[in-house]
Design a protein around this ligand. Structure first.
Ligand code: 6PG
Length: 252
């Protein structure tokens, strides 16, 4: 059963990033009061990266025990290690490079030149699925992955989330936690993505979007569009789904 949904509108993209960073740090600290470790999944993209940059300088960081935090990616661009297009590189620059999170807790998706997957996004996806499965709560058979405390998603103007794109049929995949994407319409073409069963078993799923270009997709997602047309329509957390928008993205 899915939990509550709220739409929160901020006056500007900067205010959205600052507020989302504060909200994220408090949500993770709240989660740490209840269980260890806590699991966060992050996306790439400009808004998500801006939120991470705000986290890096927030005084609220002191509420969090970074040794009890695991960081995962909802998707990755399947390019060589060190390529500036890598989502993990952007996150490291914005946040992870400056924080004392144990290296073993930072679960980067494979790169196209890594030993894992050996240049094949489908094999790399299978490797990441194995890593996720090692953190599945005991007793769960259906979705072998951690129950993320927070999944922080960006959304493209076409309504894609993670690397689940409109018209690709990938929103109905329910037999894998991770897929290789060979044909992303947003460059680079080759990617790795979590699937909806693992994203939606998260306690909280947040979609962060800014700018007028996102307004149409936001409106369609919130009015129950077909997820194969607007994948963000399927963004849903078990306890809470938050749409964190700036005024432009909320304009429709
Ligand atoms: C990626 C992302 C992607 C992103 C959205 C929003 O690899 O590009 O993970 O899903 O979050 O496209 O990106 P913007 O915030 O830059 O519009």
């Amino acid at each position: 059963m899915s939990g509550q949904r709220a739409v929160l509108v901020h006056p500007s993209a900067d205010a959205l990033a600052r507020a989302s960073a504060a909200r994220l740090l408090l949500a993770l600290a709240d989660a740490q009061a209840l269980r260890r470790p806590v699991h966060l999944a992050i996306a790439g993209g400009s808004v998500g990266t801006q939120v991470l940059a705000e986290v890096a300088t927030s005084p609220l960081l002191e509420n969090l025990d970074l040794t009890g935090l695991h960081v995962w990616w909802v998707d990755e661009r399947f390019v060589p290690c060190g390529d500036p297009d890598r989502n993990e590189g952007q996150a490291s620059e914005a946040l992870l490079g400056g924080l004392d999170i144990p290296a073993a807790n930072v679960h980067r998706m494979p790169s196209s030149d890594g030993a894992d997957g050996a240049g094949d996004p489908h094999a790399a996806a299978a490797d990441y699925a194995t890593e996720l499965a090692a953190f599945a709560p005991s007793g769960t058979e259906a979705v072998r992955a951690p129950e993320f405390d927070v999944v922080l998603l960006g959304m493209g103007p076409d309504g894609h989330i993670a690397s689940l794109f409109p018209g690709h049929g990938t929103v109905t995949i329910d037999d894998r936690t991770v897929i290789g994407v060979p044909n992303s319409p947003k460059p680079p073409a080759r990617r790795i993505s979590l699937t909806l069963p693992v994203l939606t078993q998260a306690r909280q799923v947040w979609v962060v979007a800014a700018g007028a270009a996102k307004a149409d997709a936001v409106a369609r997602a919130l009015h129950g569009a077909d997820p194969d047309e607007i994948p963000a329509a399927a963004a849903q957390g078990r306890d809470l789904t938050l749409w964190l928008l700036d005024a432009e993205a909320a304009g429709r």
